[in-house]
Design a protein around this ligand. Structure first.
Ligand code: ZN
Ligand code: ZN
Length: 429
């Protein structure tokens, strides 16, 4: 068995790994690296034309964003994945098409991506590219899967994984069997704080601002953290821990919420039960609101909580909110996700007193807080995950900065053969 890395090697973004064994062949993920961290999109490098089978771990564009382009270039692959992934890919690709730079595909290619999907349930056996395949819950976003492939050798590709259960999802499945593991290492050199302390701190900061009569702004990615944050806010408001103010959802989060609701069978049992056994539907809570005016003037009127894209303040409606609310020290911006170097989000976190929005310098006097609610496993969780794989001999580390993968690799080397490929490298299993 041979794995070729076309992207996602010693970097986060444009994940694409070709797995071959004799005549069997399948591409695992087909992503792009997008604008939050780079000026122009970066695509998988040197990827073969004529790929027949692609399995997609989850909908985030760093795993699925190149699908529109390859279809536009004439490829006719079968795409294998979970149904929620197909639906979320549709929304994210359509959004990328509208706002992305150098986009070379159109609406009909986005529809064709959806049509080319063969969808499966978690753990349902299927055949793809000559391999036996199975998808296992990865706990990262709705429908996110680890991809297991069986040929002469057995391979497990983690995609992005979270070991912990969240409001909406169970943690990733553990104790699977494989000869080799392709493992993400986003936080390979970092331990993540406990969820409970994080949520308590977050609620405290929100309450402080609401009491003072300020607005709380939470920048968030459209799919994943956005829904988790909204669920946390909703349940604390329902129980009275947060005072009753409006929670506004803005940007792509709204559309993604709809798809989460339609695909709630991929959420954890409790959430499904809540919806099926009672009229208590957290997705259509009476606390959630959508701005009614284009200029968002209705949102500015009274203290409220705003959850809006983009997650690193690089674009989207969040900019409108910062322009209007950034100058008032009563208000607060709370970061809940990773802020990459060079983004406005990082500059604000680092204490910038003014930032540029639409060629205009905006003075910042609002308060700043940060609570990392990660959708990824931390270092010791990644190690425990690997130790739990039965029969494991080789670990291939991907989807992380070089520094992070090196540190994770050092720990794993005590038990396994470890490879940290560069783009273009072939790894033999
Ligand atoms: Zn992801
Ligand atoms: Zn990713």
């Amino acid at each position: 068995m041979k794995i070729t890395a076309y992207g996602g090697a010693r970097e986060v973004g444009r994940s694409a790994f070709l797995v071959e064994e004799g005549k069997k062949q399948i591409l695992l993920d087909c992503g792009v690296m997008l604008g939050e961290t780079v000026k122009t999109p970066q695509f998988p490098k040197g990827m073969e034309k004529g790929i027949r089978d692609i399995a997609i771990s989850h909908a985030h564009l760093d795993h699925s964003g190149y699908l529109g382009s390859i279809i536009a270039h004439g490829a006719k692959p079968a795409i294998h994945g979970i149904k929620a992934t197909r639906d979320l890919v549709g929304v994210l690709l359509a959004d990328y098409m509208r706002i992305g730079k150098d986009v070379d595909f159109g609406e009909r290619h986005v529809s064709e991506v959806a049509r080319r999907f063969c969808t499966y349930e978690f753990r349902e056996p299927f055949r793809a590219g000559g391999f036996e395949g199975r998808l296992h819950n990865a706990g990262h976003i709705l429908g996110s899967a680890m991809i297991w492939l069986g040929g002469e050798r057995k391979l497990l590709y983690s995609g992005d994984i979270s070991a912990r259960a969240t409001r909406l999802l169970d943690g990733c499945e553990k104790n699977l069997r494989a000869d080799a593991l392709v493992l993400e290492g986003t936080y390979g050199n970092e331990e993540l704080p406990g969820t409970k302390e994080t949520v308590t701190g977050l609620i405290r900061e929100i309450n402080e601002t609401i009491k003072e009569g300020g607005h709380v702004i939470i920048p968030s990615f459209a799919v994943g953290r956005g829904q988790e944050i909204l669920m946390i806010l909703e349940s604390h408001m329902k129980s009275g821990v947060i005072p009753h103010v409006k929670i506004y959802m803005d940007g792509m989060i709204r559309k993604a919420m709809k798809i989460y609701r339609q695909n709630v069978i991929y959420a954890k049992g409790e959430v499904q039960k809540r919806i099926l056994m009672s009229a208590d539907d957290p997705f259509s809570s009476k606390h959630f609101f959508v701005p009614r005016r284009r200029d968002r003037s209705d949102v500015f009127k009274e203290p409220c909580i705003i959850v809006s894209t983009s997650g690193m303040v690089t674009g989207g409606p969040i900019l409108t909110y910062l322009k209007e609310l950034g100058g008032n020290p009563k208000n607060k911006i709370i970061f809940v996700g990773y802020q990459a170097e060079g983004t406005r989000g990082r500059k604000i976190l680092d204490g910038a007193k003014e930032i540029e929005i639409d060629d205009e310098m905006v003075k910042l006097r609002l308060k700043v807080a940060e609570f990392r609610l990660s959708g990824h496993a931390g270092k010791s969780e990644l190690l425990q995950f690997a130790y739990g794989i039965k029969g494991l001999r080789k670990v291939v580390l991907v989807h992380g900065e070089e520094k992070s993968l090196m540190e994770l690799g050092e720990s794993l080397e005590k038990k396994y053969e470890v490879v940290i490929p560069k783009i273009g490298d072939e790894v033999r299993i």
